[in-house]
Design a protein around this ligand. Structure first.
Ligand SMILES: C[S@@+](CC[C@H](N)C(=O)[O-])C[C@H]1O[C@@H](n2cnc3c(N)ncnc32)[C@H](O)[C@@H]1O
Length: 226
């Protein structure tokens, strides 16, 4: 690989570490995950690595499996890790998070930072996260989802078509309901609401055709598999 992607991961890591110090909420969230310890899986780590760069700053010995379905992104992470010679207990795992090739009850902690929300069939990624966690294991999520109230205002057929096109029968029902359905107990959940401009997303454009404004909710959730 080469060209435009060279250095992108290093830039992302640097930006994250210089932007968010110990007093920042995101740092404290990453510390909560790192402090949980054990084997941590970062779902759909992408080019930013989710919370991994910050967790590793907090605990360079943390044991982390960075998952993604994209081979290119994992290859770039491999180059980055090899070049830096740091984070000795970080491994890379190329698989579909809706069908994890991992034993049930084998993971201590699952983290998603904009990961689950970006996976088609995310209901299955949530059930897989539940399955692979040990009892007492935790799911940490900082993800954005459609606001169930504004989703409900769309005509039934539009909602059904949206669920089908996203391969997700639970789309639009909000993460509290979705996680509880999968078996999780919610330990903490905070939200922030905003609305989408109809030019910035397909669902907002569809909503506008029906005279609605689509709301979204940013969730920060800690949940446990009891
Ligand atoms: C927007 S990024 C996620 C953000 C990321 N956590 C970060 O910090 O940059 C979306 C990622 O999801 C990955 N992805 C999509 N479907 C997936 C799946 N079924 N399993 C695992 N990863 C998937 C994509 O390859 C992409 O890297």
């Amino acid at each position: 690989m080469g060209g435009k992607l060279d250095g992108l991961i290093a830039d992302n890591v640097r930006a994250m570490l210089s932007g968010w110090g110990p007093t920042h909420k995101r740092y404290q969230w990453a510390k909560r995950i790192a402090d949980h310890g054990g084997l941590i899986m970062e779902i759909a780590c992408g080019w930013g690595g989710g919370n991994v760069p910050m967790m590793m700053e907090i605990d360079p010995q943390a044991t982390v499996l960075m998952n993604d379905l994209g081979l290119v992104v994992l290859d770039e992470w491999r180059n980055h890790l090899a070049g830096e010679r740091k984070w000795p207990n970080v491994g890379l795992a190329h698989f579909d998070a809706t069908r994890c090739p991992l034993r049930s009850g084998s993971i201590d902690c699952v983290d998603s930072a904009g990961g689950i929300a970006n996976i088609p069939g995310s209901n299955r990624a949530i059930s897989e996260a539940y399955r692979v966690l040990k009892h007492g294991g935790k799911l940490f999520m900082s993800d954005i989802d459609l606001d169930p109230d504004s989703f409900r205002r769309l005509p039934v057929q539009v909602r059904e078509d949206w669920k089908r096109s996203n391969d997700d029968p639970d789309a639009g029902s909000g993460y509290r309901r979705r996680l509880e359905r999968a078996g999780f107990k919610i330990l903490s959940l905070t939200t922030s609401s905003s609305t989408l401009d109809h030019r910035e997303s397909t669902i907002a454009e569809i909503a506008a055709k029906h005279g609605q404004v689509m709301g979204v909710i940013g969730y920060t959730i800690e949940a446990v598999k009891e």
